[in-house]
Design a binder for this molecule. Structure first.
Ligand code: BDP
Length: 737
């Protein structure tokens, strides 16, 4: 009796005092335990002066005050006047002090930028968080809190920050029934059933979290769209969300189903050049803007994977996009038209999403899927309206662990291009693998397209500094669900965070972002931060190695994309099959995309072609993307392709073991709940890494006919064992919307 009571008490104690469920994300504001830092902060801050002239300024003030009270464990006074140690928040319109002092900033803060400056005001030291707009003040407030949460000095501040990209948008692939396509963190956070009457606290916390990293737009619904969301009852629900998000600077967008005029409008056609169709959409926009005056616009997936589009009516993507652009323009809205298209001839979603479909793959995809988006969009360069963005995935195929940058990113100088990343880890271990994606984002952002000579990075294409874009945007497919910690894996939060930070400033390094995130999310302890940063920084390369090293791609299980299935050859169309992508045979491995093969390489600038066109000089991390390489080809290491492939797979799985060991040594730095979560997830990741490694090597071995080098632990299961695995209920594939 006594013992069980003790045990219970112990549990309670550890639960109450040590557990953290991750809900607070990187906005924890725990009391600062470091005496020196606490002293510094307290000696710089005693009160706040802010004129709460708008909802946004009220939010900024409240956030700052309550955060500081927690962090500094002190009462932070409300001050009318800027006295000594006051933090002054505001714009030139709301604060005379700021009005006077902001003039010294020789920098255009624009609509969203902010300045955080230490100043003397009437002989008193103040910290000023200033901007031209209220939302700029809110961004500055979060930046100031980030400094404190990461133990930066605030003694002499002189910070000016302006976002490089205008629209920093999350794309939710959330269905109206709350399932989430490729979602691994529970169901959708949008509770359509209880909206608009019930405002879940989650909506507010979601907005806060996004504002804290500068995300200023959200597409609420799946790109595989449901027209219902455009009907009045749903628009009222959307309005309720938009009202919550507005003071946080977040605009709401919806996905528009191309044939909505037929589905919900009673028209016979959705032809974008038909006057009635255009009127229908114009009226729809009027209705939307009446409810939501700052509605952002539409994200549209058309003529792709079963989605209807203009080609169904003999029109082009430009015809389709421009029709929407014209009806949105009077309201100031914009269109994000997706370039994720590939041959639209066979389109049965049941086949796409069913596992291990029977029958043989048809030869439908006569042309390399790699080339199709470029082939369809490049001829349309210059034909899109000013308020259209063509939204391009980072790579030519589909969010693989590693892809070369999409050739479209260097091929449409007269079109606004938006870049789309995937935060949800569809191809990166889904909800269970620790994969920090910032290095993947950076690899793409830093890639040189050579569109205007050397240094024409993707980042510069997207931020408009290279081509005169009328609008700039970047999108991240959200990894957020209703799990208590939002992202299922505690480290999934880092990908959301990194996306926001890079969208604001793509010059930040992955390391800097990891460090910031770790300090705010866990602890400032240097030992912990250094060790976990190493884990994070190596994690993406580890995943590439145990899944798809050397440029392999799309060899995961059909439909659900969970786990390896390089043997699949019977999916509904040729380019849904792993065998289509790896092309393993007796001679070698990889997809010849040079002139002797599909010649997809020709879609890149000559300098890029040079870089990847020759298998002897091609960067080996991309080699199997572009070359069919003989099994005994000598790699730079001196090993054969087969030997190198084995090494990479083994190195990937070994890296996960190393990650586990590192994490195990960090128990004392982390609350029990999150420590255990990560520990258990790393165990799953290790098992899955070994599964990937073994299944892929055993399969490729049937072609290479060579042994796995002896120093490696041999696979315990047989290839058939792996082939027999089925996952009919794997998450993320519910496409009923
Ligand atoms: C793929 C996903 C699919 C999405 C599609 C898209 O497998 O579920 O609908 O991309 O981006 O990655 O439209």
């Amino acid at each position: 009796m006594k013992r069980s009571f003790l045990f219970f008490a112990l549990l309670m104690f550890s639960g109450v005092c040590r557990a953290e469920d991750g809900y607070r994300l990187w906005l924890r504001y725990n009391k600062i335990e470091n005496a020196a830092m606490l002293h510094q902060y307290r000696s710089n801050i005693s009160g706040i002066a802010a004129h709460e002239a708008s909802a946004t300024l009220m939010i900024a003030k409240k956030e700052l005050q309550s955060a500081l009270e927690h962090l500094l464990d002190a009462k932070i006074a409300d001050q009318q006047e800027a006295g000594d140690k006051t933090v002054v928040l505001g714009t030139p319109q709301t604060s005379p002090v700021i009005n006077r002092l902001l003039r010294s900033v020789n920098f255009n803060l624009g609509k969203e930028g902010y300045a955080i400056l230490t100043k003397k005001n009437d002989g008193k030291k103040i910290t000023m968080i200033a901007a031209n707009t209220d939302i700029g003040v809110l961004y500055g407030t979060f930046a100031f809190l980030r400094l404190i949460q990461t133990f930066q000095s605030i003694d002499e501040l002189s910070i000016v920050s302006v976002p490089k990209i205008q629209h920093r948008v999350l794309n939710h692939w959330d269905n109206l029934n709350r399932s989430v396509e490729r979602g691994y963190a529970g169901i959708s956070i949008w509770n359509w059933h209880t909206l608009p009457g019930y405002i879940d606290q989650r909506y507010i916390d979601y907005a806060r979290a996004n504002a804290s990293i500068g995300i200023n737009g959200t597409v609420l619904t799946n790109v595989n769209a449901n027209s219902l969301v455009l009907t009045r009852p749903y628009l009222e629900k959307v309005k309720a969300l938009a009202d919550v998000f507005r003071p946080y600077g977040i605009q709401v967008y919806l996905t528009a189903k191309f044939n909505a005029p037929v589905e919900i409008g009673g028209l016979k056609t959705a032809d974008p050049l038909n006057a009635e169709v255009k009127n229908w959409w114009a009226k729809k926009c009027d209705d939307i803007y009446e409810l939501i005056p700052d509605f952002g616009g539409f994200l549209i997936k058309a003529n792709s994977e079963g989605q209807p589009g203009p080609q169904g009516y003999g029109r082009t993507h430009a015809d389709g996009a421009n029709m929407f652009a014209d009806v949105l323009a009077p309201h100031g809205g914009m269109v994000m038209w997706r370039a994720f298209v590939y041959d639209a001839r066979v389109q049965k979603e049941e086949e796409h999403f069913s596992e291990g479909a029977t029958g043989h793959s048809s030869d439908i995809a006569a042309e390399d899927r790699f080339k199709q988006a470029y082939d369809e969009f490049k001829p349309l360069d210059g034909k899109f309206r000013k308020n259209v963005l063509v939204q391009v995935k980072n790579g030519p195929i589909d969010f693989q662990p590693r892809e070369p940058f999409s050739p479209l990113l260097g091929a449409m100088p007269q079109t606004n291009l938006a870049l789309e990343f995937q935060l949800t880890q569809e191809y990166l271990g889904q909800g269970t693998h620790l994969v920090y994606e910032a290095p993947l984002f950076k690899e793409c952002l830093n890639a040189d397209t050579y569109i205007r000579g050397e240094g024409s990075t993707v980042a510069k294409v997207i931020d408009g500094s290279l081509q005169r874009s009328t609008i700039t945007a970047i999108a991240g497919v959200a990894n957020i669900g209703n799990d208590i910690n939002w992202t299922a894996h505690p480290f999934g939060q880092a990908n959301w965070y990194a996306f926001g930070r890079l969208a604001w400033n793509h010059d930040l390094s992955s390391e800097e972002i990891a460090e910031e995130w770790l300090k705010q999310t866990f602890t400032n302890d240097g030992q912990f931060v250094a060790k976990v940063k190493d884990i994070m920084m190596g994690s993406r390369e580890a995943a590439v190695n145990y899944m798809t090293p050397l440029g392999l791609h799309h060899i995961m299980g059909t439909g659900h994309h969970y786990g390896p299935a390089p043997w699949v050859a019977n999916a509904g169309r040729a380019d849904w099959n792993p065998v289509y992508y790896h092309k393993a045979d007796q001679t070698g491995l990889g997809f010849d995309r040079t002139a002797t093969g599909s010649n997809a390489l020709a879609q890149y600038a000559p300098r890029v072609q040079q870089q990847w066109g020759n298998r002897n000089t091609c960067d080996e991390k991309f080699i199997l993307w572009f070359h069919h390489v003989p099994w005994n080809f000598r790699m730079k290491s001196g090993k054969t392709l087969w030997g190198e492939l084995c090494d990479k797979y083994y190195a990937g799985a070994a890296a996960v073991r190393w990650m586990e060991q590192q994490w195990d040594g960090l128990r004392k730095y982390v609350d029990r709940q999150r420590f255990e979560q990560v520990r258990m997830l790393l165990k799953i990741q290790e098992k899955e890494a070994v599964w990937w490694r073994n299944a892929c090597l055993l399969y490729f071995q049937t072609f290479s006919k060579q042994p796995i080098p002896g120093q490696n632990e041999p696979p315990r299961e047989s290839l058939d064992d792996y082939k027999r695995l089925r996952f009919p209920l794997a998450p993320g594939i519910n496409n009923v919307n």
